[in-house]
Design a protein around this ligand. Structure first.
Ligand code: COA
Ligand code: AMP
Length: 627
C-alpha cells in the first residue's frame, strides 16, 4: 500500500476539518472561510470566491499568460486551436460582457445547449465570472428533455450553436431549441446562436440573437470583473437521470467544488500547472464539467476539448493521435470508447504505430470497466489503466487508485479504494454492514466530501431521500462489495438506472414513453448487455387489443423514445410479446427478462403467474437474433 495514500485517507477521515482546510489554501478566496465545515452551511462557510477568477485571472496574474489553457482538437472540422490563458481570459470576458448586456447577473440561470467548441467553455466560465448559474444540456437529448430542464431551471438566456457535428453527420441544434421553447412553459428572454460554418441557423423575431453580432455590439463594454459569490452559492445545475421521468438537477456549489477539484487534479491524476490533461467526454456530462473545464484550469494545466468520436473520426487511431500530438500526461475516458476502438482495431495497429507519447496513465469511469477491456489496453499500451468510480451527485471520484499519491494497486473488476474524504460501507437491507466479500448496497458516510451535492434544484426533498434509507449514510444506488484486501467492487445499480455507452439513463423513464405509444397495452424496459456500449435498453411490449397485427408498432415505439428522450437513448429493439412475465401479484419480473435477453440461464420462478410466458419470450428473442 502506498504510505502517502494511506496517510491522506486516514487524515481526511480522522480530521476532515484540518484536511480540507489545508486543501482550501490552493484556492484564492476573496474572503477566507471562517470555518471548514458545519452541518447547516456546508463547506467553507463565510468564504467568498469566484471560480472563473481561480481558473483564469490568477494564472495570468502569476505569469502563466502564454501558457496554453485550452486545446480544441476537432477532427470533424479538421482544426486544432490552441488558446492561451490570456486569450481564454479575454474570450471569457467578452462572453461575460455579452451576457451582462442581456441582463444576466448573479444567481440568474443560463442554459447551454452546445457542441464541443471553445465558445461552450467561454460561456461556462463567463457564467461563473458573473456569479450566474449555468446548466449545460447534452446535445443528444431531444427537445422535450431540453424543455423539462428549461422549465425547472427557468433560465433568463439560452445559448446554443447552429449545429453539432456527430461523426459524418451535421445535427441542426436551433430547430431543437425552437421546439423545446414551444414545449416549455417558461420562456427565456433571449436565445444567442453561435453560427458555425458547416450550417447556419435561421434566426427569427426579437428573441434570437446572433452570437457574433452580440459580441461586436458589446465590444466596447468593459469585461465584467469576477463577482465574488458565497462558497455555498451554486456554480451550476446539471440534470441527471433519476428513477422517475423528471430529471434531477444536481446543484454544484462554488467553494467545495473548487477545493475538491484542485485537490483531485494533483493527488489523483498527477496534474499540475504546465501539464496536459485530457478527459475524452462531453461537456454535457459531469466528467466534462469537472475534468474538461474546471479542474485542469483550476490548477493552471492545459485541457483538451476534443470534438470527435473514438472511432470514425477518422479512424480508431484518433485518441492516440491526440494524446501524442499534445503531450497528454494523464488521459481519462469511458470503457465503452476503448471497446469501440478495440472492435475496429483488435490488434491495436494504430496504437502501436502512433504510440501514447508522454502519457503516464489512463483512467476509466462512467460504467463498469470489464477486466477484458482493461487487460487489452494495458497490454497494448503498456500504461497503467486505472478504473475509478463516481457519480454526477459527487462531482469527482470517490473510489480510485490515487495514482499521484503513489498508489498503483489495481485489481481488474474493482474500481479501487476509497478516495480521501470518502468512507464507504456495504450495507444489507436493514442498514447493517455485511462481511468482506459479501454484496450489498454501496453507501458513503455522511456528510459527503466537499464538491458533492448538498441539494437538488427545486427539490430538496428529493435530495434528502438519498440519506433516508440508511441512517448516517448517503445511498449511492449502486450495489457492490469490498473484498478482504479493501478493494471496492461496483457490480451494478439497485434501481432502474442503466449505463448506455457511459450515459446514465432511467429505464423507468423510457417505459413511461413506451407506455404512451398508441397501441401499447403494457411494457417493460430493461438493460441488455452490449459488446460496445456496455448496456442498451430493450423494450418488451404487449399490444392493446386491435393492435396485435400492427406491424408498425415496433418502429413507432423506437421512434417515440428517440423523439422524446433523444438519440442518446439508443433504443433499437422492441419485442412485441403476447405477455410479460409477472408474479401473481402483478409485479413484472424484470430480472428474468434481463436473463433471457442476455442469454443467461434462467429458471421459472415459483411465484410466476403464467409459467408459459418465459419460454415464449425466449423463442421471440432467439428468432430476432437469428433474423
Ligand atoms: N449531439 C447530438 N446527437 C448526439 C450527441 C450530441 N452531442 N452525442 C451523441 N448523439 C447521438 C449520436 O449521433 C447517436 O445517434 P444515432 O443513433 O443517430 O447514431 C446517438 O446519440 C447515440 O450516441 P453515442 O452514445 O455516442 O453512440 P454512437 O453509436 O454514436 O458511438 C461510442 C458509440 C462508444 C463511440 C460513443 O458512445 C462514445 O464515444 N462513448 C464514450 C462515452 C463518454 O465519453 N461518456 C461520458 C462519460 S465519461
Ligand atoms: P453518472 O452520474 O452519469 O456519472 O453515473 C454514475 C453511475 O455510473 C454510478 O452510480 C455507477 O452506477 C456507474 N459508474 C460510474 N463509474 C463506474 C465504475 N468505474 N464502475 C462501475 N460503475 C460505474
Amino acid at each position: 500500500m502506498s504510505e502517502a495514500y494511506n496517510r491522506a485517507w486516514q487524515a481526511s477521515i480522522a480530521d476532515p476539518q484540518t484536511f480540507w482546510g489545508d486543501a482550501a489554501k490552493a484556492i484564492d478566496w476573496t474572503t477566507p472561510p471562517s470555518a471548514t465545515f458545519n452541518d447547516a452551511e456546508g463547506w467553507f462557510p463565510g468564504g467568498t470566491l469566484n471560480t472563473c477568477a481561480n481558473c483564469l485571472d490568477r494564472h495570468v496574474a502569476a505569469g502563466r499568460r502564454d501558457a496554453v489553457a485550452l486545446i480544441h482538437d476537432s477532427p470533424v472540422t479538421d482544426t486544432v486551436r490552441r488558446i492561451t490563458y490570456t486569450e481564454l481570459l479575454h474570450e471569457t470576458g467578452r462572453t461575460a460582457a455579452m451576457l451582462a448586456a442581456l441582463g444576466v447577473g448573479k444567481g440568474d440561470r443560463v442554459i447551454l445547449y452546445m457542441p464541443m467548441i471553445p465558445e461552450t467553455v467561454f460561456a461556462m466560465l463567463a457564467c461563473a465570472r458573473l456569479g450566474a448559474i449555468h446548466s449545460v444540456v447534452f446535445g443528444g437529448f431531444a427537445p422535450l428533455e431540453l424543455a423539462k430542464r428549461i422549465d425547472d431551471a427557468t433560465p433568463k438566456v439560452l445559448l446554443t450553436a447552429s449545429c453539432g457535428i456527430e461523426g459524418a453527420r451535421t445535427i441542426a441544434y436551433k430547430p431543437m431549441v425552437d421546439e423545446a421553447l414551444t414545449l416549455a412553459h417558461h420562456q427565456v428572454e433571449r436565445v444567442v446562436v453561435f453560427q458555425r460554418d458547416r450550417l447556419h441557423a435561421d434566426l427569427a423575431g426579437s428573441r434570437d440573437i446572433d452570437w457574433d453580432h452580440l459580441r461586436a455590439a458589446t465590444a466596447a463594454d468593459p469585461a465584467p470583473a469576477p463577482v465574488p459569490v458565497a462558497s455555498a452559492d451554486p456554480l451550476y445545475i446539471l440534470y441527471t437521470s433519476g428513477t422517475t421521468g423528471t430529471p434531477k438537477g444536481v446543484v454544484r456549489e462554488n467553494g467545495g467544488h473548487a477545493v475538491a477539484l484542485a485537490w483531485s487534479m494533483r493527488n489523483i491524476y498527477g496534474i499540475d500547472a504546465g501539464d496536459v490533461f485530457w478527459a475524452a467526454s462531453d461537456v454535457g456530462w459531469v466528467v466534462g464539467h469537472s475534468y474538461i473545464v474546471y479542474a485542469p484550469l483550476l490548477v493552471g494545466a492545459t485541457t483538451v476539448l476534443f470534438e470527435g468520436k473514438p472511432v470514425g473520426t477518422p479512424d480508431p487511431g484518433t485518441f492516440w493521435r491526440v494524446i501524442a500530438r499534445h503531450g497528454v500526461k494523464t488521459f481519462f475516458t469511458a470503457p465503452t470508447a476503448i471497446r469501440a476502438i478495440r472492435k475496429e482495431d483488435p490488434d491495436a495497429t494504430f496504437l502501436t504505430e502512433i504510440g501514447t507519447g508522454q502519457c503516464q496513465a489512463v483512467f476509466l469511469a462512467g460504467e463498469r470497466a470489464d477486466p477484458d477491456t482493461i487487460g487489452w489496453l494495458e497490454d497494448k499500451s503498456g500504461l497503467p489503466v486505472i478504473d475509478h468510480w463516481w457519480q454526477t451527485e459527487l462531482g469527482w471520484p470517490a473510489i480510485a487508485s490515487c495514482f499521484a499519491l503513489g498508489d498503483l494497486r489495481r485489481k481488474r473488476g474493482s474500481a479501487g479504494f476509497p478516495v480521501p474524504g470518502y468512507a464507504f460501507a456495504i450495507l444489507d437491507e436493514g442498514g447493517q454492514p455485511v462481511p468482506a466479500g459479501h454484496s450489498g448496497a454501496v453507501a458513503i458516510k455522511a456528510p459527503l466530501a466537499p464538491g458533492a451535492f448538498r441539494t437538488l434544484w427545486n427539490n430538496h426533498a428529493g435530495y434528502a431521500k438519498n440519506f433516508a434509507t440508511f441512517d448516517g449514510y448517503y445511498e449511492t444506488g449502486d450495489a457492490g462489495f469490498i473484498d478482504d484486501e479493501g478493494f471496492v467492487h461496483i457490480m451494478g445499480r439497485t434501481d432502474d438506472i442503466i449505463n448506455v455507452a457511459g450515459h446514465r439513463l432511467s429505464t423507468g423513464q423510457i417505459e413511461q414513453i413506451v407506455a404512451s405509444v398508441d397501441g401499447v397495452a403494457e411494457c417493460a424496459v430493461i438493460g441488455g448487455d452490449d459488446a460496445v456500449k456496455g448496456m442498451v435498453p430493450i423494450a418488451f411490449v404487449v399490444a392493446r387489443a386491435g393492435f396485435d397485427a400492427d406491424d408498425t408498432l415496433e418502429r413507432r415505439v423506437i421512434a417515440a423514445v428517440r423523439a422524446e428522450l433523444g438519440a442518446v437513448a439508443a433504443l433499437k429493439t422492441a419485442y412485441i410479446a403476447a405477455g410479460l412475465p409477472k408474479t401473481r401479484s402483478g409485479k413484472i419480473l424484470r430480472n428474468l427478462l434481463r436473463k433471457i435477453v442476455n442469454g443467461e440461464e434462467w429458471t421459472t420462478p415459483p411465484t410466476i403467474d403464467d409459467p408459459a410466458v418465459p419460454a415464449a419470450l425466449q423463442t421471440l428473442v432467439h428468432r430476432h437474433e437469428v433474423a
